[in-house]
Ligand binder design. Sequence first.
Ligand code: ARG
Length: 298
Amino acid sequence: MNKVITSLNQLDFSISDLEPMPAPEKVLLVKPTYFSVEYVINPHMEGNIGDVDKLAAQNEWEHLKGAYEELGLYVHVEPGQRGFPDMVFCANQSLPNITKDGKKEVIMSVMHSDQRKGEVPFIQKVYEDSSYDIVHLDHSRFTDFEGMGDALWHFKKRLIWGGYGYRSSKEVYDVISDIFDTPVIALELIDDRFYHLDTCLCILDSDTAMIYPKAFTDEGLELIRALFKNVIEASKYEAEKLFACNATCPDGKNVFIQQGCVDVNHKLKELGFKVHEFSTYEFLKSGGSVFCMKMLLW
Ligand code: ARG
């Protein structure tokens, strides 16, 4: 089942029709040794050049790492690389997949900004060492695709939610849908403070998503509301300043989220999720938080 869906009238399946996928059991993290804000490629970075407290960043990152371990995930840590201050955001350089017959493959990203292009080969090496088949997009056709910053797997289902407009192009999803033999719901992003889909859509479990509605078009919102039974809406403050929708829920129950998202935490708990708050203030200065500081792998 492969095709790209951009509006409700093209939707001819419900979540229960989709093929199952195993939940990832590994998490990749990149050490924040060289993390800093050295350039501005998203609005959150403005005014923050040189402003990262390295020790605080290290501390925040260690805390998160410990929490993944406690959750029972196998944590793989890669060293950071000098000259790549954003490499700690390791959701962005790739999109991994596990096929129906258990084969592991990965599409490597084509980073939008020149400053980040050099991160991709380092992450590719991790996949090579874990026996993934590596797929490269045709760089002459596609200039933008930022992996799991924009392309999010539905929870344990063979469906991809693909954001486009700032860091990934709409056209790339036709190819991704073909390569992975998977339908893609393509959502246009319309607010540059929510430049990756993972800043405004958080998939919590098969029925539940958390969103910042104003980051989407009406068509996109219709699709989200059609496929998720429960949609939690984050306020502008929590979504924009605290990156509430950049939370992660690796097991469909435990939610890791930036500290202080009082309103959405209340809604999450009402739906039975267990909320764990983390300080990612240093990483917020660069326009990232919990979700994009890791990659979930099989
Ligand atoms: N400074 C990084 C950038 O602009 C932050 C990336 C955060 N990643 C994310 N998926 N939201 O590329």
